[in-house]
Design a protein around this ligand. Structure first.
Ligand SMILES: [Zn+2]
Ligand SMILES: [Zn+2]
Length: 286
């Protein structure tokens, strides 16, 4: 059985994100390591890191995941933005290390007018520089499948495979499969046949052994639309059958799967995270 997590705000503290998601019944949590829309962050106080680790211990949550800042673009052709991105991503890995978080997930970036091969090489070089600048830090990096809009890398499994292949520190890299992104990027997995074909394609381009985490999101947008809009589980274009196949897939039985569905509350005042978790659990084979 996979285990389910959810993205949660750290506005009330790193530890509060753990307690809140644990109370809702989740086994793990995804967080930002700071303000995701600002370049500068104050360092994480040792006390806050301690409280976070204590919260994980108390709730028996494991495999916390950090999502990197949306400002970061490790494929940027703009030298200043690239350098800022490298510095900030290194900081993400360091902050993860301080918090005891094993993995940071990132959208691999956009090369703008540059050919994809140039952008891919730039990301790989940036990752190598970051790993080499932090010999004490062992945080793993998960490259996320993306909607593949415009020049954004990660809309095909081959692009993620090429970044990994071009990186000297492949042992530090894995992949996070976002169901919404893969679907709007053009990968269908709503029937047994298309599901098997999609994961065969991923295996061929990347290797299933690199698949270390999932983002579970339905989507309001069509297959191949390259438009990234997350929707509640079973209430979008992907539908319940696909999620049932995924969460019952024995190959992914020990993988963390995090919701990034819209927050808010239902009309009855219930947390949508609870509703989505209940939906997922109802799809698990006994
Ligand atoms: Zn995602
Ligand atoms: Zn998304």
């Amino acid at each position: 059985m996979p285990y389910f997590g959810v993205h949660e705000s750290i506005a009330n503290g790193f530890d509060a994100a753990v307690y809140k998601t644990s109370d809702l019944g989740f086994d793990c949590v995804q967080i930002f390591s700071g303000n995701s829309n600002r370049w500068a962050n104050k360092p994480i106080a040792p006390e806050d890191a301690f409280k976070f680790k204590e919260a994980l211990d108390e709730t028996r949550q494991f495999d916390p995941l950090i999502h990197d800042s949306y400002l970061i673009n490790l494929a940027s052709p703009d030298e200043e933005l690239l350098e800022k991105s490298v510095a900030r991503f290194a900081e993400e890995l360091e902050r993860a290390s301080v918090l005891g978080v094993p993995r940071v997930v990132t959208h691999p970036g956009a090369g703008k007018e540059d050919p994809k091969e140039v952008a891919i090489a730039r990301v790989a070089r940036a990752l190598d520089r970051i790993f080499e600048s932090l010999p004490e830090v062992s945080t793993r990096v998960l490259l996320e499948t993306t909607a593949g809009q415009g020049s954004y890398l990660g809309g095909t499994f081959e692009e993620l495979g090429a970044i990994i292949a071009a990186c000297d520190h492949k042992d530090r890299l894995g992949v996070c499969f976002d169901t919404c992104h893969a679907f709007v990027a053009g990968y269908d997995f709503r029937t047994r046949e298309t599901y098997d074909a999609t994961f065969e394609a991923l295996d061929a381009a990347i290797g299933l052994d690199r698949l270390e985490a999932f983002h579970l999101n339905d989507t309001a947008k069509k297959l191949g639309s390259h438009s990234d809009r997350h929707e509640h589980i079973g209430r979008g274009e992907i539908g319940l059958d696909a999620f049932a196949m995924l969460i019952n897939d024995a190959r992914f039985a020990d993988k963390p799967m995090y919701l990034e569905t819209p927050k808010k509350e239902t009309e009855e005042g219930e947390s949508w995270d609870s509703v989505n978790l209940r939906t997922l659990k109802s799809l698990l084979n006994q």
